[in-house]
Design a protein. Structure first.
Length: 365
């Protein structure tokens, strides 16, 4: 009797086809594809934030910004620029042909402000909102309708802010005039909302941008640079990017910021702008914990180049000779003389962008 072949010697034809095995999975889940194909997790488009330095710490490129199909958070204390940057993103989304849906929990947006920040109010759908569950249901149903009508990538959503939303349980407590505690229902409801919105946004290729408040944890033995957000852990877990903002007031003639301008308003008591620090505390696209600074002048607006000089110096794209800057042996001169000259910036920005794409991304082992 012939001996059976050893298991290791069995002909390859005796095995099934791996593609057939995956076909079962694809039948069960039509969205299952290999990563080299177009997947829900792939980000192919970004919305400019109005600051090239902020774009870089979020996406790894000065030409990136807020990712489509993902949730991004701008968090920080009051008056740190959250709503302002959100409005700049909205204006740039409109330039890309998108419409904006603005869920407003603080009555923070009016037409004049939107116009001043570059938005077209006719293409901003303003949705006053108070209850977390209502916000969740409206967003999910709206995004499903976007997918059903094949309008993926045509809208972005802003929620300003998560910190002012209340749960339906809290609303009922208020309605009944009772004093009982919320007992964590708000945090649970927020996590439920963001879980539901995460997948809906990916399917609709819709950028979702929220703002939120932060606070220090008084029980922390060793305070950290990463602040706690209002509403529990949901915003931290469900977001692809979280940028924590902080500010410093700048006075005319007394600023240490190289990008500061002297433009001022007479009634402003000499305070003519802000230095905004952006600290990326969570990021699925670039190295986390990147930080940059931006300059905002109250009359001239957000400086799109602010923060890039430090990056160019740090990665040796620009060199210094005394107080002058040099690029490829060309003397650019004193920074104050060319800081607003787009032609000078364009000489070295392509090189800087390629350098950042290499330096700010995760490396192969």
């Amino acid at each position: 009797m012939a001996k059976n072949k050893k298991e290791s010697e069995v002909d390859d034809e005796s095995f099934g086809n791996i593609e057939d095995a995956f076909k079962v999975l694809e039948d069960l889940n039509p969205e299952a594809v290999f990563l080299n194909q177009n997947t829900l997790s792939t980000v192919n488009e970004w919305i400019d934030t109005g600051s090239m330095a902020l774009n870089a710490v979020i996406s790894g490129s000065i030409h990136g910004g807020i990712p489509l199909g993902r949730i991004t958070g701008l968090v920080g204390p009051q008056a740190c620029g959250k709503t302002l940057i959100a409005n700049k993103v909205m204006a740039n989304a409109q330039k890309k042909g998108m419409h904006v849906v603005y869920f407003d929990t603080e009555n923070a947006l009016d037409p004049d402000t939107a116009i001043a920040l570059g938005c077209d109010p006719k293409r901003v759908k303003h949705c006053p909102i108070e209850i977390i569950e209502d916000c969740r249901n409206q967003i999910v149903k709206f995004l499903k309708n976007i997918v059903d009508n094949k309008l993926q990538g045509k809208v972005m959503i802003v929620i300003d802010s998560l910190g002012n939303l209340i749960s339906s349980r809290e609303a009922k407590i208020i309605e009944d005039g009772k004093d009982s505690a919320d007992m964590g229902a708000r945090a649970v409801a927020l996590k439920s909302m963001l879980r539901a919105v995460t997948h809906a946004a990916a399917k609709a290729n819709c950028a979702v941008l929220f703002t939120n408040h932060v606070y220090d944890n008084p029980a922390a033995l060793y305070p950290t640079l990463v602040k706690n957000q209002s509403g529990g852990s949901g915003p931290l877990y469900m977001s692809s990017v979280i940028v924590q903002l902080a500010t410093k007031q700048e006075k005319v003639g007394k600023s240490d910021n190289k990008d500061a301008e002297e433009d001022s308003t007479a009634l402003a008591k000499g305070i003519n702008g802000l230095t905004i620090r952006a600290f990326c505390v969570k990021n699925r696209f670039s190295i986390p914990f990147l930080e940059t600074e931006m300059y905002l002048n109250f009359k001239t607006g957000l400086n799109k180049f602010s923060g890039l000089l430090e990056m160019a110096e740090g990665y040796n794209v620009l060199q210094k000779q005394g107080h002058r800057y040099v690029y490829n042996d060309e003397v650019l001169g004193f920074y104050k003389d060319w800081k607003n000259d787009e032609n000078v910036w364009n000489k070295f920005l392509p090189n800087l962008d390629e350098t950042l794409k290499k330096e700010l991304r995760f490396k192969k082992e």
